[in-house]
Design a protein around this ligand. Structure first.
Ligand SMILES: [Zn+2]
Length: 65
């Protein structure tokens, strides 16, 4: 188990309390670290995760719909 520390308090990293900001729109959104790290090529410093709305927009663009 990993956890963060803030002023001596342990902050457990769970599947429901990890957030990031979308690099496209800046919206804060929940991420599942386990899912991200299971891709095998992600790291905690440089991996950027789009929010659901931006992901869908990018997918639509790629598929040319
Ligand atoms: Zn977004």
């Amino acid at each position: 188990m990993f956890y963060m520390k803030h002023k001596g308090n342990k902050l457990p990293i769970r599947d429901d309390n990890v957030y990031t900001k979308c690099p496209e729109c800046g919206r804060e959104h929940h991420v599942d670290l386990q899912e991200i790290l299971s891709t095998g090529n992600a790291d905690l410093y440089s991996t950027r995760v789009l929010c659901r709305a931006c992901s869908e927009r990018v997918l639509v663009k790629k598929e040319g719909r």
